[in-house]
Write a protein that binds this ligand. Structure first.
Ligand code: UGA
Length: 434
């Protein structure tokens, strides 16, 4: 099939590349000329495992092309994906200006029937607004479909190629049939394509992300309570997670959830509730608890250093909002660093992928190390913010030798508490006291 993807952010690029992988002819459109040139020259603009391999192969086989021309995109695809940003507005709602702007432009350029697919995360009712924006500009027949994505950064290619489910919100049989044909190669394992109305599809995305954020937040509160009563959250997690109704995943406590999705989507659903006279009490609490959780280690660090961090040097391991990505949007590490800088501490930071993004944001406020040990050299304490695999098995003897003090604040529970104590570390983690 011929497919166009408008917007080559992380969702658009993964969608376009993976659809090319199953033999479709994909044309990706972006207004950023420099980025389009880069991609035409075979350079992937984001870090996402496996994406480079598929990207390379499909460009070589001429199934994946790039252009800045929206007209070309509209003419090319029988299905046109909108994968545009929906950033958080000042009031917490989703800013739809990119999506509705593109819909209007598409309306002006349509010459024959097309299916317009909304892949962006959008509030309930947006597909009606997209339809209206297109219809205002044209008399040509078209359909609008909502097809939310459930890709995790770091696993996006795998999630796209082997989805647990595909959700399609459509009220047109013609559009539904085209979407089923497009996605059939991805569900050979028997996982479902779930067809529903557009509003339910739009809400499914927000509900899924908000539920996961709530699950994590619940565990963060259980962890905080474990510390009060001397219980071990790792044990509680195991005890709970083996109940298949609860499930083992997304029960890991830490210094809060971050990223470009959960924080934005929880706030947007909360706002959307308000707009429809519904107060999501539970989401209110999730937002509040997560804001506190991102800074949960700060009072501990302050207390360890007698409330004075001025001139103290800290190593920060892990800056990305989670492992396997260079994305630092809403990363708990950023909140941690901002707080420590306010207290006039010196910070030596290291992340396997996110260093360039952090440098752009923090400039010379931080010292940038070339590896995890260089960051830990001569520091008063080490703070772990992201659970990259490389941090899981450090050379503890070496660490003790190079650090000024063997003090670790672990925001991701990477090590065994007893083992760390036995090794002579002053080790503090989340929800585990002994
Ligand atoms: C999330 C969802 O998992 C995807 O299904 C969804 O498609 C995506 O948002 C999106 O809306 O585009 P992502 O933001 O890439 O994916 O990352 P997650 O792996 O879900 O992690 C989000 C945050 O939760 C991270 O900060 C992570 O450290 C934190 N987390 C996750 C925990 O603190 N504990 C856990 O047990 C799991």
């Amino acid at each position: 099939m011929k497919i166009s993807v408008i917007g080559t952010g992380y969702v658009g690029l993964v969608t376009g590349t993976c659809l090319a992988e199953t033999g479709n002819e994909v044309l990706c459109i972006d207004i950023n000329e420099e980025k389009v040139k880069q991609m035409q020259n075979g350079i992937v603009p984001i870090y996402e495992p496996l994406l480079d391999v598929l990207f390379d192969r499909n460009i070589k086989e001429d199934r994946l092309r790039f252009s800045t021309s929206l007209q070309e995109g509209i003419d090319h695809g029988e299905i046109i994906f909108l994968a545009l940003p929906t950033p958080e507005d000042e009031d917490g709602s989703a800013d739809l200006s990119y999506v509705l702007g593109a819909a209007k432009d598409i309306g002006k350029l349509l010459t024959e029937y097309k299916v317009i697919v909304d892949k962006s995360t959008v509030p309930v009712g947006t597909s009606d607004r997209v339809k209206e924006a297109i219809a205002n500009e044209t008399t040509v027949d078209f359909d609008v479909v909502s097809n939310p994505e459930f890709l995790r950064e770091g696993f996006a290619v795998d999630d796209f190629l082997k989805p647990e489910r595909i959700v399609i919100g459509s009220s047109s049989d013609r559009a539904t049939a085209l979407m089923q044909k497009l996605y059939s190669p991805f569900v050979r394992s028997g996982n479902p394509i779930i067809i529903m109305d557009e509003k339910s599809a739009e809400l499914t995305k927000y509900a899924a992300n908000s539920f996961l954020a709530t699950k994590i937040t619940f565990m963060n509160e259980i962890a905080n309570f474990c510390e009060k009563v001397g219980a071990d959250v790792d044990m509680v997690r195991l005890g709970m997670g083996t109940d298949s109704r609860i499930g083992k995943r997304f029960l890991f406590p830490g210094i809060g959830y971050g990223g470009s999705c959960f924080p934005k989507d929880v706030k947007a659903l909360h706002k959307s509730g308000k707009e429809n006279n519904y107060d999501f009490d539970i989401l209110n609490a999730v937002i509040k608890v997560n804001d506190i959780q991102k800074k949960i280690l700060i009072p501990r660090i302050l207390s360890h250093f007698n409330m004075d961090l001025k001139g103290k040097t800290f190593a920060i391991w892990g800056l990305a909002f989670k492992p396997e990505t260079d994305d630092i949007r809403e990363a708990p590490a950023l909140y941690m660093m901002e707080e420590l800088l306010k207290h006039e501490a010196n910070l030596k930071v290291y992340d396997p992928e996110a260093m360039p993004n952090v440098k752009r944001k923090f400039g010379d406020q931080l010292q940038y190390a070339n590896n995890m040990y260089e960051a830990a050299k001569d520091v008063d304490a080490l703070i772990i913010c992201t659970e990259w695999s490389i941090f899981r098995t450090p050379d503890l003897d070496k660490l003790k030798q190079i650090m000024n003090n063997p003090v670790i604040f672990d925001g991701r529970n990477l090590y065994d508490v007893k083992e760390m104590k036995a090794e002579g570390f002053n080790y503090s983690s989340i929800g585990r006291t002994s």
